[in-house]
Structures are given as structure tokens and as C-alpha cells.
Ligand binder design. Sequence first.
Ligand SMILES: [Zn+2]
Ligand SMILES: [Zn+2]
Length: 389
Amino acid sequence: MPIINRIADYQDELTEWRRYLHKNPELGFEEFKTSDFVANKLEGMGLSVHRGLAGTGVVATLSSGDGSGKAIALRADMDALPLQEKGSVKHRSENPGKMHACGHDGHTTMLLGAAKYLTETQNFNGTVQFVFQPAEEGKGGGKKMIDDGLFNLFPAEEVYGMHNMPGMNVGEFAVAPGPMMAARDNFQILVQGRGGHAAMPHQGVDPVVVGSHIVLALQTITSRNINPQESLVVSVTQFHAGEAFNIIPDTVLLKGTCRVFDKELQETLPERIRLITDGVALTFGAKSELTYHSGYPATINTKSQSEFCAEIAQEIAGSANGVDLNPVPSMGAEDFSYMLQERPGCYIWAGNGDSAGLHHPEYDFNDQLLAVGASYWSKLVEQRLSKAS
Ligand SMILES: [Zn+2]
Ligand SMILES: [Zn+2]
């Protein structure tokens, strides 16, 4: 596959960097050693490096050319997951209960590889912001970077992201305009009944029965309230109640998550869930209390940036067949979505080969992808900030 030759020559070095990061995973907003490593490498390349944005975030700026070019941002995530690694690789995690199970070690290394190549070659006209963000896994580090002034301090007209994808061959990509990943909201429902002796249910209000009806009624949001051609998941994932065989508990606590692509539909969900929970509770003489947290928005690629990235991916893949231009969007969520709300841009999936799935304890980032990803980033910059244009 046509990766950049000069980057192919970095393979051993990039592999060493990636395995160091894999051995030393850190959770969101605690990427202290990781950001030290990243900043030291970038400074070693001679880049101007800003540390401490969103706590452990790192941004490096590289400008080249006559000053007439535009600025774009490339983003990698740095955090690991709270998971005990089960794989047998030599470079497995040395931090118990923490693991790079989503490949952010690889994402960080691919962007470092591109920074190295672009600094050495400078075959572009414009500015590249290399953005290394903390806390992608559920803690919204991307949003915090924006809130802390990412695009004011480091101006960029467009923003680009990449995630590895197990099950797709290394060297293959998937990208499309529109939604790539879903929005994710979480909710919690406290059902207040009236507990008592299990042998005399008529004397109380059984919140277990009420909670069960709520779980079932919530399924009708997807099956009966939304257009069947739209996508929505409402999952109740926790049901906490009671401690004894013979006692009806006083309360039930339900927790769950919603996944959705459409913003307007997303905005209707808290009210719909509230109507159902209040109505069902009322039916049985119980009370309910809903707490709804809006989480990451949907990750939505803009059209022209997505089409441009598809062309770059096809060059790297070596053929049009190597790029899936119609991937099924994932119901997972991604906080790069916040950056795409601020700037036009594109998020792409890059094949990680036949590895275990993301967030699996035997997952490992495929080192063969390092040069592929770094080449994608570098070609993207050289063509988006082309000297000729
Ligand atoms: Zn993940
Ligand atoms: Zn991830």
C-alpha cells in the first residue's frame, strides 16, 4: 500500500513509542506521563508546544510557507480505560486495572509520526495544530479543550480525527459525510413506592413492579414514537432494588443510556422519558424522579471535508476498494463530536486488522497501522494545505 516511504522508515521508532505508551496507560485527565512523553517528543522535533490545556492536553503548532495558507487541526486522544489487560503481549500494561484497550496509544503515536515527518519535510503552505486531547473515554476532554479556548488559542479552520477499527484490514478505511457515531445521553430514574412485608403486598406500593413496567414502557419510545427509518436506542442497564426474600423494598433505582444521531430527536427524549415514568408511576400510586444527563453529541462529518478525506484514504489504501464510503454508523459515542460542532471536519476509521474488539481486555493496537495512519495525516496536510493552491 502506498504509505510514505520516509514514514515507513520510522516504523521501528514509532513501534517503540507506541509500546511505551501501551505499557504506561493512564486514565482521563491523569495522562501525566503520557503528556510528558508527547510534549518531549514534539519539543525534540523543534515544535512550539503548549502544555496544560484541559489539564493534561498538549498542542503543538507547525507553520510553513509564505503565511498565505490556512490552518487546520489534527486531533489524537491519549487516555486509557479502567480495565485489566488479559493479553500476553510483551508490552502489556504495567499499571494494574488500566489499559489502552481503545488504541489511543496508537492514535497518539500516529499523530506524533506525522508531526515528525511534517516538521522534517515542511512540504505545505499553512499551519497545522497537532492536538493531543485528554479524557476521551466518557469524561469529555475534547469539550474541555474547547471550553478552555482550543480554537481561540490555536486557530484552525477545519478539524480532523481518526480512530482505529478492528475487523477491517490494515490499510483500509471507512468514512462518510453525516453521522459516524451516535450521541450518548444517560438517565437515572428513582421510583418511590411503599415497602412492607412481601406476604402482604396490598398494604404497600411495590416499586419493583412499577420499575418493571417502566422498563417495558421505555421500549415503546423506539418501537412506537419515532420514525422507523431513524435510529434510536434506549437501554435500561441497571435495576437496583431490595435485599431480602420477604421484604418489598421502598425504592427502585434504574439507570440507562440513549443513543441517537438526530439532534432534534435527542432533544425530545428527556420529556418523553419523563412522561412515561411519571405516567406509569401514577398508574400504580408510586412516584418517580428522573435525572437526565445529555452527553456527547453525535459525531457528524461535513460533506466536503469527508469527500476530501475519502480521496486521501483511497491514495493510502492504493485503490478505491480500500475505502468503505458507506459505513454503517456506530451507536457508540465519541467526544471529537464537540470539535466537529465548532469546525467543519472529518472523522475516519482506519482498519486495525484482525484484533480483539475495542474495549476488550485482549485488544492491542496493530503496529502495522502506525505508518499507515501517519501517512494519512501527512498526505492530508500536504494536500489540504497544498503549496500549489
Ligand atoms: Zn473507547
Ligand atoms: Zn477510542
